[in-house]
Design a protein. Structure first.
Lengths: 243, 243
DNA sequence: ACTATCATACTTGTATACAAGTATGTAGTT
DNA sequence: AACTACATACTTGTATACAAGTATGATAGT
């Protein structure tokens, strides 16, 4: 059993009833994307099993998951950490834009009253999360916001793409929000306004507004990337201090 | 070790040096998509292990793969076969269209001489495959054709989506081509003309031609779906005869 | 000093063992 | 007849054992 007395980057309550393998994947993903585990590192199943005090079975499961996300590369001897370059992150948002544009084209042909209601609820949750300075909860609701939009069109393969990209997005947002909560607190109100714009675009079915919302949202990309590198620097410093 | 003396739907030489788990995933995928394993069936790891004469480890690996493709659904007790509805297949081609359109927008900004050369080679391979009535080889080259186009833009997340959708596409094409080889042999020349059009669109960077090529390609969808249902009927009859 | 060979300590892939939980059917009770 | 309790035969998740292959380094020979 994976002991939980150590420090983990991934919020443990989000995966309380997941299998050990999935939990490990989430944690390793965070460590890799945050830069805590540096790219080029070779991960050995045995060493990971010892480090996390579990057997190789869940470790193998975790590595398979991360490999399917292109975060690591399974080779003959060991799993090589690939990580994310800023190029990767840009390309990641290419896909998000592609998907969300497609989804919106479906949404304008639907009855959206339920969806708008769901999104409004999530938006209020996000406001509460800010009020209590809970970056993790904010991230959770942020991801949920986009997931709710995507699920609404009931499209199996779009959903599949979402499932495959969600973990990376979740990690990116988590790291970015934790960073912003400390240094750039007024970013959050901009994010809220942007999400309000999403809702507006869905409610009015006005493509112009949607384009504006997407544009604003993805203008944040550059910021998030910067946050990521800062986050990595912070982690590095943190670790150096411990030595 | 997985014995290979039984009848398999998936071409064994395509996965000669893959792990047993991956091979099992390919075979199970074919059986599910072809309808040989009916949707709603509950697969048990133990029973599969006995049936394929392997241990549970590779079976688990295979089931994880199929679950990530939404072909099965892992539940508390057993893996439920989901399979593909015609709706799923339509949605599958939505995504293909989305991806290939995106890719083409990148391609028109590139130097495409190498790509055109690669594609021409594959096209000639396809011609040879037809000449020798080799449906499997034809399918292989067909999939490779599209994969080559997608790889050419070097986009990590588009590549990731391709990796996640390729297996299903491969299965669909395989089943469809095997069917057409018997009954609709002149379909193949239409497919070749269509692929020639793809090359033309890439060479000339003329969006009109590309739209035409995509249009023609995805007009085949309806045919492929029909082929799939026919293929299922054939398999069903074949199995009934054996009883 | 340099190269070839081989022992060794790693690696993954697969098989098996064990633990914990769940559906099912049966026996006993009301 | 209907309902409860429990034994049983399943299920998955995790741990461990074993097999086969690979990188590394030491050792012997030149």
């Amino acid at each position: 059993m994976m002991s939980d007395d150590k420090e983990f980057l991934y919020p443990s309550k989000w995966i309380a009833n997941a299998s050990t393998g999935v939990r490990l994947a989430c944690e390793l993903r965070m460590r890799i994307i945050s830069g805590m585990v540096k790219k080029g590192t070779v991960l050995s199943e045995n060493k990971l099993a010892v480090e996390f005090e579990v057997s190789r079975s869940p470790i193998r499961e975790a590595l398979k998951i991360l490999a399917s996300e292109n975060i690591i590369r399974l080779e003959r001897m060991g799993a090589v950490v690939v990580g994310l370059t800023d190029q990767d992150i840009k390309e990641f948002y290419d896909v998000r834009l592609l998907i969300e544009t497609f989804v919106y084209e479906r949404i304008v042909q639907m009855d959206t009253s339920d969806l708008v209601s769901d999104l409004s609820k999530i938006l209020e949750m996000m406001e509460v999360a800010i009020k209590y300075r809970d970056a993790d909860e904010f991230s959770y609701q942020d991801v949920l916001f986009h997931e709710t939009i995507i699920r609404s069109i009931n499209h199996s393969y779009i959903q599949l793409i979402w499932n495959n990209t969600k973990p990376v997005m979740e990690s990116l947002i988590l790291l970015s929000m934790r960073m912003r909560l400390q240094e750039k607190h007024d970013d959050f109100s901009r994010i809220l306004t942007n999400h309000q714009l999403y809702i507006e675009a869905i409610k009015t079915k006005d493509r112009e507004i949607m384009i504006q919302a997407l544009h604003q949202n993805f203008d944040n990309v550059q910021n998030e990337v910067e946050d990521l590198w800062k986050s990595q620097q912070m982690l590095t410093k943190g670790r150096e201090q411990k030595r």
